[in-house]
Design a protein around this ligand. Structure first.
Ligand code: C2E
Ligand code: CA
Ligand code: CA
Ligand code: CA
Length: 277
């Protein structure tokens, strides 16, 4: 038992070292990823759950590392946030997404929204509003085509300041969605006072509906709550027709997930878009 224990420990230790080394390498490589052209965006359609029509899309960042290949955002975004690299990277994401949206808008008359994830570091950056204004002006994209996704955890600090920024964004026609909703701690009262438009039900709740009773209770409560607060609601991570049907029954009209489409490069999005679904 002792030997096994020591082996386990040695293995654990070794793997930690490997992990730490990888983080350091990624941290170093991430600094050059932008200029080397290794970053690009994929787009996941957001659909009307009853008609299947695309009503928008979420821009999701991809990093094609020259040696290690595709690095998942859940791995490199935290590193980008810790090192501050998320500021230039996040700006680039916003620029790219708005450029794409402006292109789609010139090609097709149907209205839609481009959703972009914003990390807390970006949100707290005093340049944010200026940056958004510049990007909208440069790309010619009207603010009402843009949606920003922020997380619930961001909303619990410094209410006055955060709501002031949200208000400024809303004044430009931008939609504010609360991402991963249900995983944090925002109270009803708090939500009511916040300048947000939409709650995005986290995919961890969508995953096990309609089988899991707790998740059924949580999703239907969020949908009901959104309605009472006059907020839109969207479900993420829809993988089955059953999930789609259940959400529709509960009154959730929009969603995204692999059932409709995985995140895809712009060229593929464009194909689907021009076919209407
Ligand atoms: P998120 O914002 O919650 O994005 C949704 C994630 O769920 C995406 O993972 C998407 O590919 C995945 N997904 C969508 N539909 C399904 C489904 O039906 N089933 C399952 N299992 N997964 C689904 P992805 O692209 O790996 O991104 C992970 C996270 O990385 C994002 O979670 C977001 O927090 C972060 N991220 C991605 N791009 C950006 C970005 O440009 N800026 C910032 N700040 N964060 C980003
Ligand atoms: Ca998101
Ligand atoms: Ca999410
Ligand atoms: Ca997430």
């Amino acid at each position: 038992a002792k030997r096994a224990g020591r082996n386990t420990f040695a293995f654990f230790n070794h793997s930690m070292n490997t992990e730490a080394r990888r983080t350091l390498t990624l941290e170093h490589d991430l600094r050059h990823s932008l200029e080397q052209g290794e970053l690009h965006l994929h787009y996941q359609p957001q659909v009307d759950l009853s008609s299947g029509q695309i009503i928008g899309m979420e821009a999701l960042l991809r990093w094609q590392h020259p040696i290690d290949g595709n690095i998942p955002p859940d791995e490199f975004i935290p590193i980008a946030e810790e090192t501050g690299m998320i500021l230039p990277i996040g700006r680039w994401v916003l620029e790219q997404a708005c450029q794409t949206a402006a292109r789609i808008r010139r090609l097709y008359t149907r209205p839609f929204r481009m959703a972009v994830n914003l990390s807390a570091r970006q949100f707290e950056d005093s340049e944010l509003i200026l940056q958004v204004d510049q990007i909208l002006a440069d790309t010619g994209l009207p603010g009402n085509y843009l949606e920003l996704e922020i997380t619930e955890s961001l909303l619990v600090n410094n209410f006055g300041h955060i709501n002031d920024i949200l208000r400024q964004l809303r004044r430009r026609g931008i939609t504010i969605a609360v991402d991963d909703f249900g995983t944090g701690y925002s109270s009803l009262n708090y939500l009511k006072k916040l300048e947000v438009n939409q709650l995005k039900i986290d995919r961890s709740f969508v995953q096990d509906i309609p089988g899991d009773r707790d998740d059924v209770a949580i999703t239907s409560t969020i949908i009901l709550m959104a309605r009472q607060l006059g907020l839109d609601v969207i479900a993420e991570g829809i993988e089955t027709e059953q999930q789609q049907q259940f959400l529709l029954q509960q009154g959730c009209r929009t969603g995204q997930g692999f059932y409709f489409s995985r995140p895809v490069p712009f060229s593929q999005l464009q194909q689907r878009w021009s076919h209407g679904t």
